[in-house]
Design a protein around this ligand. Structure first.
Ligand code: G3P
Length: 219
């Protein structure tokens, strides 16, 4: 399972990159706004900065347009920023039409705001490179986000679809483990969830004892 970080914060991206486990970055308009990146040229420059940190990983950059012509125009501009860019397109009628067009023109896409198996089938038929089902937001309405990943993974494997399942809206380290078990190809999460994977009290206790024993023997 690939690890993407779900942020536009350059320090968090650098920290994940330094761990040596970073395969890519996903962003969205809310994450860009959180970093106070506004205006087309600033947004494009920020994407370029993210691509430079990630080096050879994928970076999802989301279109703002919701009509076919607008999505294509914006997607082409975004794709020109760097080879790392994957054009992120919402799961709407014109979005699916645009994903089909991008697929035919060798531009990679991430179909976002996915909440059902039906939507997942449509995105795969259009040839999306990645599919982003929002695990946490499904959980928010007391449905089961991980069950959705499992359902889509079953369908994709049975039908031989090539679209990669990118489990998004991941909120906790447990979500990461569950997404891996459910068959996600990629997980995208905040740095805090990735770091949370490190923690185990027995590791801390064990390490403390090893160091104490070493120090006793080396006085
Ligand atoms: O990857 C999508 C993500 O950014 C949404 O996360 O926590 O706002 O549902 P969240």
């Amino acid at each position: 399972m690939k690890f993407f970080i779900d942020t536009a914060n350059l320090n968090d991206i650098k920290e994940a990159k330094d761990l040596g486990i970073l395969d890519g970055v996903t962003t969205n308009p809310s994450l860009m706004a959180k970093e106070k990146i506004t205006g087309k040229s600033a947004i494009f420059a920020h994407y370029k900065a993210i691509c430079d940190i990630v080096e050879d990983g994928d970076v999802s950059a989301e279109v703002i347009a919701t009509d076919f012509d607008g999505i294509i125009k914006e997607g082409l501009e975004l794709a020109k920023i760097s080879d790392n860019i994957v054009v992120k397109v919402p799961m709407i009628k014109d979005g699916i039409k645009a994903i089909s067009w991008f697929t035919a023109n060798d531009i990679r896409t991430n179909c976002t705001l996915v909440f059902s198996a039906g939507q997942a089938i449509l995105a795969a038929k259009a040839g999306a490179t990645y599919l982003s089902p929002f695990v946490g937001r499904v959980d928010d309405i007391t449905w089961d986000g991980i069950q959705l990943i499992e359902e889509i993974a079953g369908i994709y494997s049975m039908q031989g679809y090539m679209t990669e399942i990118l489990a998004a809206s991941i909120r906790t380290p447990l979500h990461i483990v569950q997404a891996a078990k459910a068959g996600a190809d990629v997980v995208t999460c905040p740095l805090s969830s990735i770091m949370g994977l490190l923690n185990h009290p027995l590791t801390d206790i064990g390490l403390q004892k090893f160091l104490e024993d070493h120090n006793k023997g080396n006085k």
